[in-house]
Design a protein around this ligand. Structure first.
Ligand SMILES: C[S@@+](CC[C@H](N)C(=O)[O-])C[C@H]1O[C@@H](n2cnc3c(N)ncnc32)[C@H](O)[C@@H]1O
Length: 223
């Protein structure tokens, strides 16, 4: 199965050295399966829908019987990951769900496991600004970030750590993702900034919610 552009970019941000990688909200498990082929970590596939996990379990048994000790499926709410049962470095990937839901997952996981130095690789659908606020409040640090466009929609990908000293401070609007190393990327970045500003300006005009601080923050981005 060919990985989508977005999942390929997420996979590329996974560094070696993790003992456990959690592909949360895994759906059909495409990302986790790709990681299984490239990393020596134990890969955990997590989704809340029982039929998805049953089907995934049989596909994994069919395709990866020789390394069955390297993967585990969990029919589970992401808020209830059994992280304390494992040792070594753990990476929690949450992609393809709303940034508001990811905020709740990260807050709950961090409350439950304040002493585990966890890394999170996050790719929210919308609500990026609010998610970044939560990460700042949790005192997380940023290890890497990227911007990807797929099917005419932009996605931020954030690799962050619960260890404040593991990276740089988290910017409310992102930092590295605004740096282009090609003309094509610069064009993407400019369109993302334009789209984001338009979104918040429309929100400011059309509702009682004051988002002027968000507009100001995005206006301060220089490309
Ligand atoms: C759109 S898919 C995302 C698939 C993949 N991660 C991606 O980025 O393409 C969202 C998945 O999240 C799962 N999901 C939603 N809420 C969840 C929760 N609380 N715990 C675990 N999985 C959840 C759904 O069952 C669904 O399979």
């Amino acid at each position: 199965m060919k990985l989508s552009k977005r999942l390929t970019q997420i996979k590329q941000l996974v560094a070696p050295g993790y003992s456990h990688i959690w592909d949360c909200c895994c759906d059909h498990g495409h990302l986790g399966a790709a990681l299984l082929s490239q990393h020596s970590a134990q890969i955990h596939f997590v989704d809340i829908v029982p039929t998805l996990i049953t089907e995934l379990e049989s596909r994994l048994q069919q395709h990866y019987p020789d390394i069955a000790e390297r993967w585990t499926t969990h029919c589970l709410d992401v808020a209830a990951l059994p992280l304390e049962q494992h040792s070594g470095r753990q990476l929690i990937i949450i992609a393809g769900v709303g940034g508001d839901l990811i905020q709740q997952f990260v807050q709950t996981i961090q409350q439950q496991h304040p002493h585990l130095n966890l890394d999170f690789l996050l790719c929210p659908v919308r609500h990026q600004f609010a998610l970044r606020q939560t990460l700042i409040e949790l005192n997380f640090s940023s290890k890497n970030e990227a911007l990807i466009e797929e099917n005419q929609r932009f996605y931020e990908i954030m690799l962050v750590s619960a260890d404040n000293n593991a990276g740089t401070s988290i910017s409310p609007v992102g930092e590295a993702l605004w740096q282009a190393d090609s003309d094509e990327q610069r064009d993407n970045i400019q369109r993302y900034l334009h789209t984001t500003l338009n979104h918040y300006q429309r929100m400011q005009q059309g509702s009682s919610v004051d988002v002027s601080h968000i507009i100001e923050a995005y206006r301060s981005v220089s490309i």
